[in-house]
Design a protein around this ligand. Structure first.
Ligand SMILES: Nc1nc2c(ncn2[C@@H]2O[C@H](COP(=O)(O)O)[C@@H](O)[C@H]2O)c(=O)[nH]1
Ligand code: MN
Length: 464
């Protein structure tokens, strides 16, 4: 039988096999077993690519748990529908749902915030959002004074760009360090150094630290909201890059933002494991901030729970991509710690909810109030008034602090949809039951840190 000479990657490429991580394993097998030409061709069959998969002609049916209550919302609803219709033509899609806080999050065909998309055996990085594992954690501080909790939190948390300064950093635990080092997507030096520097930080935008009192018990509760910071952002970029390579081979018609990584590939397994490591890192990121406050106050937490709202959840071969949706069904959370949390805005209660899968919710609830307009549109709408005036009006009676000491108008309550609308639609569409409400005392956010960013000040100085 005719045996092959030493086969290289160039040979496989010349035979029409697209390069991938499987090359190394296949070449090792072909050369060590000295396969004949016929044997090699038979062995390589398994790596043949299927015909490119086309988009579905029509969107897969999905549940639309959102209704417009005024003209502004009519426009938002139309945009959400148009973008979700395009997403649902992606050839891997099995089903979907739109939540009452939905709003567009990119060009048409991008999963909206408040969207859930279920796919068959594929992970779509663009559908779990760039802020992987953005999540909320609550600690019950019992009878602690809310102001004391907010003061302690203000002194120990970190908002804004980048990480903690040297000397104020937390230690990355050995098991997490090992998990980073042993994963293809996470092992690089930069990912590990940001994993260290960004521990115990909350970032910017609408991430917050909220203190309030339980309507049910009167206890003081602290809630943090943030995601996976630098390590997650780096994983997202790499995931999108690998997904794009698969898109070009498997389904060039699929929109770039909906590209996927097949789960049953080395890349798919590595990406899935990387997501789980980032989830652990993010949970620890919250935990360190909460423990820091408890330690500063010298008190023990009475209860603590958390949930992510930007993530991919696996149930058998089905992958549920949630971009701004709260997992209600316990099957989604291997380490379930309690009910789920839905924040609305700094002047409204944070809802504590529970619920189950229904025909129309796919096992999810909204994750917030959402926006009816962009941040910049909101700023333009209020341009007539001074920031301080708007701030005073919208936060009367609350202790609202911006870490950078600069007000961010686009994070005030008026930037979000009316909480009452979202709550009414949660009821209307059977999206969870409210168990308790954490009435607002105060809140810390990053604020407009860019106003005094070093490069802005430099430019100002240069202009004189
Ligand atoms: N309690 C507070 N809730 C807030 C605040 N700022 C925003 N929000 C709500 O959180 C969700 C989460 O948004 P995400 O898409 O970034 O995860 C958002 O829809 C708002 O309803 C706040 O300061 N306090
Ligand atoms: Mn979030």
């Amino acid at each position: 039988m005719e045996t092959t000479n030493h086969i290289t990657g160039h040979d496989l490429k010349a035979m029409g096999y697209p390069p991938g991580k499987w090359y190394r394993r296949a070449l090792e097998h072909i050369n060590s077993e000295q396969l004949s030409k016929v044997e090699m061709e038979a062995y390589l069959e398994q790596f043949k690519l299927p015909e490119p998969t086309k988009l579905f002609d029509q969107p897969v049916a999905y549940s639309f748990n959102l209704a417009a209550e005024n003209d502004l919302e009519l426009d938002n609803v139309a945009k959400v529908k148009a973008t979700m219709d395009a997403v649902m033509r992606t050839p891997t899609v099995l089903g979907g749902a739109v939540m009452p806080d939905a709003c567009p999050a990119g060009p048409e065909g991008t999963i909206p915030v408040g969207g859930v998309v279920a796919t068959h055996n594929t992970i779509h990085p663009g559908m779990h959002s760039a802020d992987i594992c953005c999540s909320v954690m609550l600690t019950d501080f019992g009878s602690a004074d809310p102001k004391a909790v907010l003061d302690a939190a203000h002194a120990s948390t970190h908002f804004g760009p980048g990480g903690r300064p040297r000397g104020k950093q937390f230690q990355l635990p050995d098991d997490l360090l090992e998990a980073f080092k042993s994963n293809e997507f996470l092992f690089d030096e930069k990912s590990i150094s940001v994993a260290r520097e960004h521990l115990g930080t909350q970032g910017d935008g609408n991430h917050f630290l909220f203190v309030g009192t339980s309507a049910a018990t009167g206890n003081t509760m602290m809630i943090t909201h943030h995601g996976s910071r630098g390590p997650g952002a780096r994983l997202y970029t790499k995931g999108m890059h690998i997904a794009e390579r698969f898109r070009q081979l498997l389904s060039p018609e699929t929109l770039k933002q909906n590209a996927w990584i097949p789960f049953d590939t080395e890349e798919g397994q590595d990406y899935w494991n990387a997501l789980q490591t980032i989830r652990k890192w993010t949970k620890l990121n919250h935990t360190l901030i909460h423990d820091g406050v408890a330690e500063k106050l010298g008190i023990t937490a009475e209860n603590r729970f958390w949930n992510e709202h930007n993530f991919v959840f696996k149930d058998g071969d089905t992958f549920y991509h949630a971009k701004g949706a709260t997992p209600l069904d316990s099957k989604f959370m291997p380490d379930i710690t309690g009910p789920r949390l839905i924040p609305l805005n700094m002047a409204e209660p944070v809802l504590i909810v529970e619920g189950a899968t229904t025909e129309t919710n796919l096992g999810f609830a909204p994750h917030g109030a959402g926006r009816n307009m962009s941040r910049s549109q909101h700023k333009r709408n209020l341009a007539e008034q001074a920031d301080e005036t708007i701030f005073k009006t919208e936060t009367a009676g609350l202790d609202i602090r911006f870490f950078s000491k600069e007000i961010d108008i686009s994070e005030l309550p008026s930037a979000y949809k009316p909480a009452a609308t979202v709550r009414a639609q949660m009821q209307q569409y059977n999206l969870g039951t409210v168990l308790d409400e954490i009435l607002p005392y105060g809140c810390i956010m990053a604020g407009d840190w860019q106003k005094n960013a070093p490069w802005r000040n430099k430019r100002r100085r240069r202009r004189g």
